[in-house]
Design a protein around this ligand. Structure first.
Ligand code: HEM
Ligand SMILES: *[C@@H]1O[C@H](CO)[C@@H](O)[C@H](O)[C@H]1NC(C)=O
Ligand SMILES: *[C@@H]1O[C@H](CO)[C@@H](O)[C@H](O)[C@H]1NC(C)=O
Length: 479
């Protein structure tokens, strides 16, 4: 096509699109009043999915908040009419109306990757499946503080930690933090959930889980080389492998082998038909390992970077941990009581999660026409609830861009202004596990090493989740 023809073609498309917008808009206006402000983007040609997936999520929110002077706006994502909402009022509203006005909704990519219940099923059927799937984890108390400490200890987590530090940190003078903390979080998850500590085996699956993670927020097009394709491939390989592990556990249990990992417990319970249909087991395990991997690693990487850049923070954390060493000795697995004492360390972790949030938000669907702040959210529309919407707002956090853990000392943020784990009935059940892993890692690191950050201005890549572009290189000194 020559330039003239191309221009003609473009004008033609634009004309059609404008007519479409006009008619569509007219029709909508006449049926529903008071929709939130916002645009459905360019009809036919595309919606705002691209910006959502590839622009920094904060920028995506800020630009639209400014344009519509509103913390609620409509857009079209993945072909779905969607309302994006955030802020304390929205946080309270959604968390209080879970199941009443809104229900959980997953992106098609997430459903396909994790074999989540078909969205076409009735609400009851879906709810039942979710309850059944999470039952063993709840009943065994695996994610409760006492459960975590107990199962970690029974699964000899101490040796995983020692092995990690000896292999990756001791004797090194320069290293990159992010790949190492990824290796740590996946090793811990494999030991805790599956009872596996062979590092070569774990390493083989680390990439598959990372690909899976990146597939969740991807365009679900399945051609070789695409993010989604890699994720699908990883997911099916992981599922196959867990099937094999289930057989191992059945075999081990029949021989009277003592196993205290989650998979063994689920398999054992399943034998008596008590908890879970067998096919669901691999989905549950895959979901849990997925949740325990990248998000904790990202938090740890940025936390270690921030500590390395601020000697006064390093000193305060160190003295907190030195107290524990004095009373418990070196290299112990932290018990829950010690963890309660690590108040300042945890404040630093919270401040890290404010500035580098690993969970940007989640989707819901309107179960009915919803009225919120004078706007209507029509039944069936999707809602993107942005947990991060308050994190950098100067109304709730003074000098929001500065890293200042003292905001979390003593005084807590106002209700619904800081929800890194979500809020309400669906809020994250993994928060105690997260706390255990972060505090345990920092405990072992800070009582052995001091470090300097090589690239203080390192770029942050990633759109929905911040990723340190260079992996946080540091210079390491043994204490
Ligand atoms: C830095 C670490 C983590 C962050 C920031 C985080 C954040 C979140 C958030 C915001 C939600 C709410 C999603 C929603 O409202 O739809 C959630 C749900 C969930 N998280 Fe986490 N999480 C973390 C670690 C973990 C870990 C370690 C586990 C498991 C061991 C876990 C398991 C889950 C599960 C199963 C849900 C779904 C709950 C439900 O839908 O009822 N998370 N997480
Ligand atoms: C869900 O239902 C719709 C309409 O009834 C149908 O077109 C679609 O194929 C169904 N989806 C699945 C995954 O079965
Ligand atoms: C996988 O982990 C990510 C990050 O924590 C989370 O957003 C997603 O919901 C998880 N998916 C499942 C099915 O667990």
């Amino acid at each position: 096509m020559d330039t003239f023809m191309q221009s003609l073609f473009l004008i033609f498309i634009t004309l059609i699109a404008s007519i479409y917008v006009y008619v569509f808009h007219k029709k909508k206006q006449s049926t529903i009043k008071n929709l939130p402000p916002g645009t459905f983007g360019w009809p036919i040609v595309g919606d705002e999915t691209y910006q959502f997936l590839f622009q920094k999520i904060e920028t995506f929110l800020q630009e639209r908040t400014k344009k519509y002077s509103s913390e609620i706006f409509k857009t079209k994502l993945f072909g779905e009419s969607t309302v994006v909402m955030f802020g304390p009022a929205a946080n309270k509203f959604i968390s209080m109306n879970e199941q009443k006005l809104v229900k959980v909704w997953y992106l098609k990519s997430q459903c396909k990757l994790f074999n989540l219940p078909d969205q076409n099923q009735t609400q009851e059927a879906m709810q039942k499946q979710v309850v059944v799937a999470s039952a063993p984890v709840k009943m065994l108390g695996f994610l409760k503080p006492e459960g975590i400490v107990r199962y970690m200890r029974n699964n000899n987590i101490e040796s995983i930690i020692h092995k990690h530090f000896i292999t990756h940190w001791e004797g090194k003078t320069e290293l990159k933090v992010y790949p190492l903390v990824k290796s740590f979080t996946i090793s811990l998850a494999f030991q805790f959930f599956l009872g596996i500590d062979e590092s070569n085996y774990v390493a083989k699956f680390a990439t598959k889980f990372e690909n899976l993670y990146y597939g969740i927020y991807s365009v679900p097009v399945n051609f070789p080389g695409s993010t989604y394709h890699k994720a699908m491939k990883g997911a099916s390989e992981i599922r196959e492998e867990i099937q094999l592990l289930i057989n191992d556990k059945i075999d081990g249990l029949s021989k009277g082998k003592i196993m205290d990992d989650l998979l063994a417990h689920i398999v054992d319970a399943e034998k008596s038909g008590k908890y879970v249909p067998k096919i669901e087991i691999s989905n549950i395990i895959m979901g849990l390992i997925n949740s325990s991997y990248i998000s904790i690693a990202v938090t740890l990487a940025f936390m270690i970077k921030q500590i390395g850049m601020r000697p006064y923070i390093y000193q305060r954390i160190l003295s907190e941990h030195a107290d524990i060493v004095r009373s418990k000795g070196y290299g112990t697995v932290l018990d829950w009581e010690s963890m309660q004492k690590l108040k300042y360390t945890w404040a630093v972790a919270q401040e890290t999660m404010r500035l580098y949030p690993a969970a940007p938000g989640a989707f819901r669907e309107a179960k009915t026409d919803i009225t919120y702040e004078g706007f209507i959210i029509p039944k069936g529309w999707k809602i993107f609830w942005a947990f991060i919407g308050t994190n950098k707002n100067h109304k709730y956090f003074e000098e929001p861009e500065s890293f200042d853990p003292s905001r979390f000392e003593g005084n807590v943020p106002a209700p619904y202004t800081y929800i890194p784990y979500g809020a309400g009935p669906r809020c994250c059940p993994g928060k105690d596990y997260t706390r255990f892993v972060i505090l345990t890692f920092i405990h072992n690191l800070i009582t052995k090493f001091k470090w300097e950050v090589i690239l203080p201005d390192e770029k942050v890549s990633g759109a929905l989740v911040p990723i340190p572009a260079e992996g946080v290189p540091i210079r390491l000194h043994r204490l």
